[in-house]
Structures are given as C-alpha cells and as structure tokens.
Design a protein around this ligand. Structure first.
Ligand SMILES: Cc1ncc(C[n+]2csc(CCOP(=O)(O)OP(=O)(O)O)c2C)c(N)n1
Ligand code: SF4
Length: 303
C-alpha cells in the first residue's frame, strides 16, 4: 500500500485506523487481548500514527521489551520485536542497535518492567546515549499480574499490595531519565492523542536516547481501586490534571511525585511535552568508529 498523503503531499494525519492497521499493524485471530477500554489500544494507535507521520518503512523498525500487558502490543504491529526477559528491553535494544545501526530501534516497556526490575538497564542505556526510543507505558502499577504497586504508583493510592494506600513516594520517570543522561525526554497521555502522536514522532526522529513517558490507564486494576472504574473516568482524570509545558511553568514544577487519595488530599499535575533536549555524541556511532580503528590497526599489523 502506498502511504496516504494530504493535499499538500504530507502524511495525512486523518488517515483512517483501517489504513494504518493495513500498513503497520496486525489484527490478531480471535479476541483482542487488551481489556476493553484499556489505554494500550489508544497508545498503539498513536504509535502507528507516529510511524505514518515519519513515513517509516515498517520493515526497518525493531523493538524490544519484557513482559506485561503492554508486551501484547508487539503482536499487533508488523515491526520486528524481541521479547526479552522482564525488564531487559533496553539491554536487548542496545544489542540490536549495535548489530544493525540502520534500524529504528524502540523499547516498548511498562512502568514496572522499565523502572523496577529493569531500572539498571534503563539508566545505563540513557547514560550511553544510544539511539533508542524508550517508550514507557505508565499505568501506575503492574497490570499483567493483578495491579501490584510499582515505582510509579502515586503515594496514597490503593493497589493490590497497598490496600490501605501506597506509603512510598514514586519516581518521576522523566526526572530519572534526565538525571541518567537521556538526551530527549517527554511526557504525554492517551487522553491527548494528537499530542501523543507528535511527541512519539519527535522522539523516534531524535538521534540519541529518547525517553517518552506515556500515561496509559489501567482502569481495571488501578482505576477501579481508586474511584475511577471506567476508562472514561481515567481519561477525564488525565485531562483534568495535565498542563502543557511552557516557559510559564518553572523548571522545578515540571516534575512531580503524585499524591492521590480519592476524595481527599491530592497533589497531582502532569506536565506534558518535551521536558529536556540536549545534544551529545551518540553511542553506536562512537562504537563504530572505535571498531573501525581497531580493525584498521589489526589489518596494518597483518592480523
Ligand atoms: C523475572 C520476572 N519476574 C516477574 C515476572 C512476572 N511479571 C510478568 S508481567 C509483570 C508485570 C508487568 O508490569 P508492567 O511492566 O508495569 O506492565 P503492565 O502489565 O502494567 O503493562 C510481572 C511482574 C516475570 N515475568 N519475570
Ligand atoms: S489489566 Fe489493565 S493494563 Fe492490562 S490490559 Fe487490562 S486494563 Fe490494560
């Protein structure tokens, strides 16, 4: 299929979902495995729209991830994917990028996968500034295993393992990514689909380690326990508690550690947009230069 274009010859942002799926997606046999209304379907739609916006050849896109509800997404995309063990997406993607630097390499990971068990791989991939786009589907907990708390669970909110309210403060994943050395860091939500599409496209086009936090609801496990049992409740929650980044928002207010209590004290504001950009040498290019130098030396020495 040829890429659908608008009247000015640019990728058509209104491309119907059926056409997007034909170009980038796979329709599974039987039922979809996301729960009805899950934010992952909305996130996937934005990701396919980002591919379309960049006119990517899907055969040149590869991703890696671990295990979780989010990992089903790889089955619904035509791109190549490696299911690594839980949390190892960044390590697997690093190998992919070094072996095949011409590919567009992504990690698709849940907040539990990327920031709990996979936290170490994440910070070191960010430090190296390898050209990978790490996409974190943050649903405030471990969805696939029944809604246990994760390092992103808002303090005070109820989960399967914090029925009286989470006593710990969460990470701000974007602040963590910046601290670790990511050179492009952004946040969006599934309740802002156009913004999410543009943000994902910007991140994928970035040369270096790009991190996008996608706030994506799990109404089934987090929402239901916190007074938001329907998907629409959580979409409204993101809309009501988000602000777009601007010069008017002081640097320190762009990040936060949400506190949530149904009907009680709340301190939640998600600042959306590009939160950090910095030029720095990219690792796979540095690595290739070193390899070429070592090979030239070996040839000169007759080895
Ligand atoms: C080494 C290892 N530990 C634990 C698990 C069990 N496990 C499977 S999915 C999952 C939770 C994933 O949560 P998250 O990454 O946030 O993704 P979500 O399901 O919320 O999309 C866990 C703990 C596993 N598969 N492997
Ligand atoms: S358990 Fe939550 S994250 Fe997993 S598919 Fe269902 S709604 Fe989505």
């Amino acid at each position: 299929m040829t890429a659908r274009q608008d009247v000015a010859g640019k990728p058509d942002p209104m491309i119907p979902l059926d056409d997007l799926i034909e170009q980038y997606g796979e329709v599974p046999e039987g039922n979809f495995r996301y729960c009805p209304g899950c934010g992952l379907g909305m996130a996937q739609s934005a990701l396919m729209r980002a591919f379309h916006r960049l006119q990517l050849d899907i055969s040149q896109v590869a991703s890696a991830g671990g295990s979780g509800c989010y990992s089903i997404m790889a089955h619904y995309l035509k791109s190549s994917h490696v299911h690594g063990s839980h949390g190892r997406g960044c390590a697997v993607a690093t190998g992919m990028k070094l072996a095949r630097p011409e590919l567009t390499v992504l990690t698709l990971q849940g907040d539990g996968d990327l920031l709990a068990i996979g936290g170490n791989h994440f910070i070191h991939a960010a430090r190296r500034n390898i050209d990978i786009t790490a996409i974190c589907f943050n649903n405030f907990g471990f969805g696939d295993t029944g809604g246990q708390f994760a390092p992103t669970t808002p303090r005070g909110s109820r989960t399967a393992t914090s029925p009286q309210g989470m006593p710990e403060d969460p990470f701000d994943p974007c602040k963590l990514a910046i601290g670790a050395g990511a050179t492009f860091v952004a946040r969006s939500t599934v309740a802002h689909p156009v913004h999410l599409t543009k943000t994902l496209a910007q991140a994928i086009a970035w040369k270096g380690f790009a991190f996008v936090e996608v706030l994506q609801h799990c109404h089934v496990f987090w929402g239901r326990r916190n007074g938001m049992p329907e998907a629409i409740d959580m979409i409204n929650f993101y809309r009501e508690n988000s602000a777009f980044n601007s010069a008017a928002i002081p640097e320190e207010e762009r990040f936060g550690t949400p506190v949530y209590s149904e009907g009680g004290e709340q301190d939640i504001r998600f600042v959306l947009g590009v939160l950090h950009q910095q030029e720095r040498p990219e690792f796979s290019e540095q690595y290739a230069k070193l390899r070429d130098r070592a090979q030239a030396k070996a040839r000169a020495a007759g080895r």
